[in-house]
Design a protein around this ligand. Structure first.
Ligand SMILES: NC(=O)c1ccc[n+]([C@@H]2O[C@H](COP(=O)([O-])OP(=O)(O)OC[C@H]3O[C@@H](n4cnc5c(N)ncnc54)[C@H](OP(=O)(O)O)[C@@H]3O)[C@@H](O)[C@H]2O)c1
Length: 248
């Protein structure tokens, strides 16, 4: 039987990169999928790909930092597919700038999307999961939530916050049989991953023992494991998928 047969999955950031690969894999594994992001076009491409492969999917466009938009996202899954069983939060932005040159407003905007967005998604999806007797929440953290690199301070701070938010949610939501885990990639071949070529070259040469970037499918497979019942004893875990970066 497919790993997610009968389940309903929310994928925030599901129009591109890791979110898109995860949405397509979840569709192949039997989940009905709702993808979310600001731009409708990439979301429509993900839905088309899932439907062409024989799956079921819908898209909602909105901002992860808006409670009203996230309520529409979760509400669509409940109205169209009867509830919510898993959430994968891939929505994030990364700003590159020296700490001393960033305005407080720009710093706050990264936290609003990456950290407050993770909170709003968790807070809005959890009651829908509780109605189904439990669920699985997966936040995309980062190696930069564990170690730091120069010129990414709001991203580093936001991802450290996401790691701790997930732990806080895991211990609180266990009573509702909702598991909360973090997938923490190193450098993966996507728009965010490739955005800063010289940083990436430095990482691959000096920081990543495996010596190459990861693929979106590597991360999607880990999300599938965490969404499925195979991981039913895991909650509050921060799982690196970084070619050995944070171990070295
Ligand atoms: N790729 C890597 O090397 C790497 C490494 C460590 C961690 N990660 C994490 O993995 C996750 C996925 O990133 P990715 O690599 O797949 O990059 P990506 O393709 O840029 O994905 C980010 C997604 O977030 C969405 N998004 C951004 N701001 C949003 C907002 N305000 N509201 C709703 N959606 C928003 C974007 O869609 P719209 O622009 O249409 O809204 C996009 O689909 C992120 O959390 C990232 O931090 C990636």
């Amino acid at each position: 039987m497919p790993a997610l047969e009968g389940k309903v999955a929310l994928i925030a950031g599901g129009g591109t990169g890791i979110g898109r690969a995860t949405a397509e894999l979840f569709g192949q594994e039997g989940a009905r999928v709702v993808v979310f992001g600001r731009r409708p076009e990439p979301l429509a491409e993900t839905v088309d790909a899932i439907v062409k492969a024989g799956g079921v999917a819908a898209a909602v466009s909105g901002d992860v930092g808006s409670e009203a938009d996230v309520a529409r996202f979760v509400g669509t899954a409940r109205a169209q597919y009867g509830g919510v069983d898993c959430l994968v939060n891939c929505a994030a932005v990364r700003l590159r700038s020296a700490l001393l040159e960033i305005s407080a407003a720009d710093f706050a905007e990264v936290l609003r999307i990456n950290l407050i967005g993770a909170f709003i998604l968790t807070k809005t999806a959890a009651p829908a999961m509780r109605e189904r007797g439990g669920g699985s929440i997966i936040h995309l953290g980062s190696a930069l939530g564990t170690v730091a690199a120069p010129d990414f301070s709001p991203y580093v701070a936001s991802k450290g916050g996401v790691h701790q938010l997930a732990r806080a949610a895991a211990v609180e939501l266990v009573q509702d049989e909702i598991r909360v885990n973090v997938v923490a990639p190193g450098t993966i071949d996507t728009a965010i991953g490739q955005g800063v070529p010289e940083f990436r070259r430095h990482l691959l040469k000096h920081r990543i023992p495996i010596g190459r970037a990861g693929h979106v499918d590597d991360v999607a497979s880990l999300c599938l494991y965490l969404a499925s019942d195979a991981s039913k004893y895991m909650t509050g875990a921060i799982i690196p998928i970084d070619g050995g970066w944070t171990a070295s």
